[in-house]
Every structure is written in C-alpha cells, then in structure tokens.
Design a protein around this ligand. Structure first.
Ligand code: HEM
Ligand code: HEM
Length: 403
C-alpha cells in the first residue's frame, strides 16, 4: 500500500493516523466518563480517581499530538473523491462531520489541557516529565470553569459527531454496499474510480458548518452560568470580647492552602468568631478564635477535606485557638499570638506572628502560620506527600473596631 492518498483511497499513513486517533479518542471519552463516575470519599478512592484522571489526561494529550501531525499530513494530501457526489445532502453532511471531527480532535484535548492548567486545585497529573501548567495561562477558577464547560459540552457534541460518522460508514458498507469503508479499512487494490464532483462548493460550505458547530460549543460554554466560585474571602462572624479592651471583628478572612500533587489548592473558612482583648498601650492582650469546620471551602476538594480522612467535621465540628498577644520585640517586628491550637481533637502549641496597625480605634491585623497536618492526625492515611503535602499554610486578615 502506498503511503499517500490518491483519488481512489487512503494511503497507509492516513489510515494509521485515522485508526490510532479514533481508538485514542474513544479511550479518552470512556476514561473521562469513568473517572467522573468514580466515588471520592476515602483515601483509596481519591487515589484511584487521580490515577484514572491522569491516564485520561495523558491519552488526551497523545490525541492532541497525533491530531496535529495528522492534520499536517492531510494538508499535503489529495482527498479521495466522493463515490456519490450527486447525493448533495449526504455529501454535505459527511464532509461537515469530517471537518467537525478534525476540529474536535484538537479543541477537545486542548480544552482539557487548558482547564487542567488553569484549575487552582488540579492535582491529577499528566503523566509526563514536562510541566503541568501552560505559559500565559493563569491559575484562575472562573477561567477554568469556562474551559470545563467547553470540555463537558464538547464531549457530547464529539460523541454525536462520531455516532453520525460511524453510522454513515456503516450505511455505506451495509446499505449502499460501496467502497467507502473499504478505502479506509480494507484492501487498497481494485478500489473504484470516483466520479468527478460537480459541486465543489459543498466542501467550503461543509467546512463553514464544521467551524460553526464548535463555535456554538464555545459560545454556549462562555455564556453558560457557572456555579458560584468557592468563596475564598469569606466574611468572619463578629464577636466582641467583654471588658474595656474588647474589640469587635467587622470583617476578615481565614484562609488555608495546601499542596496537592504539583499545585496548591486554597480556600477558607466562611464562619469563625474571634474574641479579642487588646490594650494598644501595652501591646498585650488575648485572643480566642472558634472556627466552624463545616464552613470550609477548598477548591474541588471541599467535601473530602471536611470528611473523615481529614478534618472530620462530623466528629470535630470546631477548631479553637487560645493565645496570649505579646508586643513586638523591636520596631518593625510583628506581634505574636502564642498559645494552643486544637484541630480535629488534637491540641498543639501554636505561635503566630501578625502585623497590626491601629488608627482611630480601628485595627487591621494580618498574619499566619504554617502547620504540619500530621501534628493533628489529619490525613493520616496519606502517609507521604505524593497527593497531599504535610504543611498547611494558614493566613488571616481582619479589621476590628474598639468596643
Ligand atoms: C480527546 C481528548 C479528550 C476527550 C474526548 C475527553 C473527554 C472527557 C469526558 C467525556 C469527560 C467527562 C465529562 C463529564 O463527566 O461531564 C472529561 C472530563 C475531564 N477531562 Fe477530558 N477529554 C479529553 C482530553 C483531556 C485532556 C487532554 C485533559 C487534561 C490534560 C482532560 C481533562 C479532563 C478533566 C480535568 C475532566 C474533569 C472535568 C470536570 O468535570 O470537572 N481531558 N473529559
Ligand atoms: C470507530 C469507527 C469509525 C469508522 C468505522 C470510521 C470510518 C471512516 C471512513 C470509512 C472514512 C472515509 C470516509 C471517506 O472516504 O469519505 C473515515 C474518514 C474520516 N474519519 Fe473516521 N471512522 C471511525 C471513527 C472516527 C473517529 C473516532 C474520528 C475522529 C474523531 C474519525 C475521523 C475521521 C475523519 C476526520 C475522516 C476524514 C479523513 C479525510 O478525508 O481526511 N473517524 N472514517
């Protein structure tokens, strides 16, 4: 068999590309659907889901590579002529589907890659030694959700296109009993010479139709309402400390960040109370913070973070910090809150530096500390850092007014 195509049939290069890409696309579709159907409640289940997604992504990237090569090859090749160019609608539909499939084999994996690269909490890796991010693509939840909308609408459109395409191939083989399937799948000899095509414009119309199909998907994904992004700047509940030096928190955020695989997933607690007692003259005081674990949002893994493997909100609904505030040791140094932190039923000593500015009885404070999740027995079944890192960065910012 010749490498190149001619007017009668496809050469072996086009055939090899066709069947390799077809098999890999069907595998990517199956793996994508399987991965999203998997449960995600225990450490083993999460690890399994990571694995399947990693294979899905790697197969998808392979499709992108092969599709690129295939298109470059096809650009320099003649296309076998239609066997029934007189059947206008059929020819138009078949060619439109071919165009849409060519575009689909690029934009589907590309949208997957873009959603992976822009997802702040993407943690199942593409199985390759190159980076996981893309230059120029920011980690941005809203952007990632647009690409996800494209990807999950796109696979349905791609599946319909493949169904139409396969139905067409089968119709040619079983009903028309012509050589259309044979020239992609059968012997290269004795293929019939296609008649001259009287409607050359159908090719351009079909190309425009193929582009339109994906333009609709893009428009739909762009306009589709996306679920509200995880609130990463939750409002603190206010609570006043009693006494002359009491302060009331009027707004604030309490956020955490942890490394998952290669990327950082971050989020915060929407419901926490701080009772602050602080004397600006001495720089001393006390703080008690109560955090409602159930109010945590953490990217795509909010539920598992609060589940039994990690913070276990059902058994330990609150975390507590009780600390004494001490003034800066020198000009420009931070204040310190030193005391005890209780998370998931485990109490450990905690030391948290923070910056404080006070103007007209309004205080602004920001600070944080790094915890080791193992100190609290959080994520014990994740004994190494391959899926979830040990350090957890805690940061806060608040505004408080003097009572
Ligand atoms: C030919 C290529 C591809 C096809 C046909 C495909 C197909 C699919 C399908 C059918 C799903 C399930 C969607 C759902 O349950 O609604 C999915 C999800 C997903 N795919 Fe792909 N995919 C491809 C390439 C990729 C690539 C290259 C990546 C990343 C590098 C990727 C990342 C993802 C992710 C992260 C999801 C989960 C999206 C979510 O629901 O949040 N995909 N894909
Ligand atoms: C799995 C079952 C499949 C069958 C039986 C099949 C069959 C065929 C046949 C017979 C042709 C030649 C049509 C002609 O000569 O006019 C063809 C072409 C083509 N197929 Fe498939 N196909 C399958 C899957 C796929 C898949 C999954 C894709 C890609 C997403 C795909 C993309 C294409 C494209 C783009 C062409 C046009 C090639 C060209 O003219 O440059 N096919 N297919």
């Amino acid at each position: 068999m010749k490498a190149g195509n001619d007017r009668r049939g496809y050469g072996w290069v086009a055939r090899a590309f066709h069947w390799a890409v077809a098999a890999l696309i069907l595998a990517a579709l199956g793996l994508g659907l399987y991965a999203t159907s998997l449960p995600y409640d225990t450490a083993e289940e999460a690890a399994r889901s990571f694995q399947v997604f990693s294979v899905h992504k790697t197969v998808g990237i392979t499709v992108l590579l092969l599709a690129g090569l295939r298109i470059l090859w096809a650009l320099g090749q003649p296309r076998p002529g239609h066997l029934h160019p007189d059947r206008l609608a059929e020819t138009l539909l078949a060619t439109l589907v071919h165009w849409a499939l060519y575009i689909g084999m690029v934009v589907m994996p590309l949208s997957g890659w873009l959603l992976h690269a822009s997802a702040p909490g993407a943690f199942s890796r593409i199985l390759w030694p190159f980076g996981q991010r893309l230059p120029g693509v920011p980690e941005d939840l809203a952007l990632s959700e647009k690409f996800t909308a494209f990807h999950v609408t796109g696979w349905l459109v791609l599946a319909v296109l493949i169904a139409l395409h396969v139905a067409g191939a089968l119709k040619h083989a079983l009903i028309d009993r012509d050589a259309t399937l044979a020239r992609m799948a059968g012997k290269a000899e004795n293929l019939p010479q296609p008649p001259a095509d009287p409607h050359r414009w159908t090719g351009w119309l079909a190309a425009a139709g193929g582009v339109l199909v994906w333009a609709f998907v893009a428009g739909f994904a762009w306009l589709a309402p996306t679920p509200p992004a995880a609130d990463s700047t939750p409002q603190a509940m206010t609570q006043a400390a009693p006494g002359a030096n009491g302060w009331t928190v009027t707004e604030g955020t309490l956020n955490i960040a942890v490394l998952q695989g290669t990327s950082t997933v971050s989020g915060g607690f929407g419901d926490w109370q701080a009772a602050i007692d602080y004397d600006p003259d001495t720089g001393q005081g006390r703080v008690e913070v109560t955090i409602q674990i159930a109010s945590l949002t953490l990217g795509a893994v909010s539920d598992s973070a609060k589940g039994p493997e990690f913070l276990n909100a059902a058994a330990f609904p609150q975390a507590h910090l009780t600390a004494a505030i001490t003034p800066p040791q020198a000009e420009g140094e931070p204040h310190l809150a030193e005391g005890e932190l209780t998370i998931a039923g485990q109490t450990v000593p905690a030391r948290m530096p923070f910056q404080l500015t006070i103007q007209n009885d309004q205080a602004q404070a920001q600070g944080g500390l790094t915890l080791d999740r193992r100190d609290f027995g959080v994520g014990e079944t994740y004994g190494d850092e391959s899926t979830v890192g040990f350090p957890v960065e805690v940061t806060f910012e608040l505004t408080a007014t003097r009572n």
